[in-house]
Design a binder for this molecule. Sequence first.
Ligand SMILES: C[S@@+](CC[C@H](N)C(=O)[O-])C[C@H]1O[C@@H](n2cnc3c(N)ncnc32)[C@H](O)[C@@H]1O
Length: 246
Amino acid sequence: MDSIPANRRLWNRISGAYQRRHDPQIGASPRLWGMYSIPDAELGALGDVTGKRVLELGCGAGQWSRSLAAEGATVVGMDLSEAQLAAAAGAMGADRYALVQGAAEQLPFADHAFDLVFCDFGGLSWAPARLAVPQTARVLAPGGRLVFNVAAPWFETCYDEAAERVTTTLQKPYFGLDAIAEDEGATSYQLTYGDWVRVLRGAGLVIDDLIEPRPDAATLNGYNPTDPPDWAHHWPAEMLWVTHKP
Ligand SMILES: C[S@@+](CC[C@H](N)C(=O)[O-])C[C@H]1O[C@@H](n2cnc3c(N)ncnc32)[C@H](O)[C@@H]1O
């Protein structure tokens, strides 16, 4: 839980600039996944949410939560950063949803409170999965689903820190990916494929799918430069896990 204060400070400080830069992409239309804005209609990860109790874990400015509330879900958008929650409140649509401040490591919700917990580069990228995944399993009702998109290890291991771009050569070891130092003492997290399987199964979840979103060659990464520009058309930049609680 050591990274909670530093991650909160970082996101409070960068929220304004982050939303000015990325909100037009994230919120361009409903249900866009990840760094390449691939529509959920293509990936089929989330399914129908009508009437479902939904928790977005690390909702940022609530672009996803807003869409799902408009589709008839009862949504809670949770985030660690009050600046991000203020951005979500400011962008709230006609279909209201609840905003709660909290950390993925210690969810402030009752057992079995949700039918769907999900995030897109949210709490499961910014909290240790060994702490956050069991929490999500706890708050899911039986039959409920945990669906989340995070960076693929390929993307991390090929990232050249000096050049600030993703390359076609391995830049750091795959084993030992775990805590990644971000600006100002903040930390993001990554696991190997095997560790994700063990953490999810260890929390009692059933893995239904591992979707590897693949943009077309012309779609550029909206966050990190890659070399070549169509890197993610050839290698997996993201992994979208689809699981459920039996
Ligand atoms: C990249 S944003 C994801 C939100 C949205 N999908 C987007 O792409 O902007 C990451 C979010 O995770 C939040 N966050 C960071 N650490 C967290 C934690 N431990 N628990 C919950 N949310 C956290 C940040 O405040 C931030 O709003």
